[in-house]
Design a protein around this ligand. Structure first.
Ligand code: THU
Length: 154
């Protein structure tokens, strides 16, 4: 028996100005997407934006349904829409707002992390992930393994 461990590395930014221009543009696209969130049940808006290798940005939001599991998270809405393009997904930003319009922390759920992991595999490149926080700051992970170690594999 051996005891093993892993280390996660990420960057923390105090505000949007600390991000570089491309990152700021991606985060702003995620915020812009919030107006298209369909979230009458949770009243929790989530916006995502995916940058492709050709610079294109694809947006997504959470889409809810009266039959609750039929809805989809913002990250997967954006990643699946991005999969329709030829260029590969290289980065993703996700932000959230409460029903009062306040910033909320937008750490992706496990299912979205699993889809992010497979996104890296299908395109053969790393996907960086920027997450908006409730204090107005951001965290950035350079690769999905830093968010999801031990992903499911077949
Ligand atoms: N949601 C996302 O859009 N992304 C996540 O990673 C977790 C949760 C959405 C689903 C639902 O519409 C709302 O947030 C409240 O759970």
């Amino acid at each position: 028996m051996t005891e093993e461990s892993f280390k996660t590395t990420y960057l923390r930014f105090e505000n949007i100005e600390e991000l570089n221009k491309d990152e700021q543009d991606l985060v702003r696209a995620a915020y812009t997407a919030l107006s298209k969130s369909y979230s009458p049940y949770s009243c929790f808006k989530v916006g995502a934006a995916v940058r492709l290798s050709d610079g294109t940005i694809v947006q997504g939001t959470n889409q809810e349904n009266a039959a609750y599991p039929s809805g989809l998270c913002a990250e997967r809405t954006a990643l699946f829409a991005a999969a329709m393009e030829e260029a590969s997904a290289v980065s993703l930003a996700v932000v959230a707002k409460t029903s009062q319009g306040k910033d909320a922390s937008a750490y992706p759920c496990g299912a979205c992390r699993q889809v992010m992991s497979e996104t890296e595999k299908r395109y053969g490149n790393k996907l960086s992930v920027i997450v908006g926080l409730k204090d107005g700051g951001f965290v950035k992970f350079d690769q999905v393994a830093d968010l999801l170690p031990f992903e499911f594999e077949i």
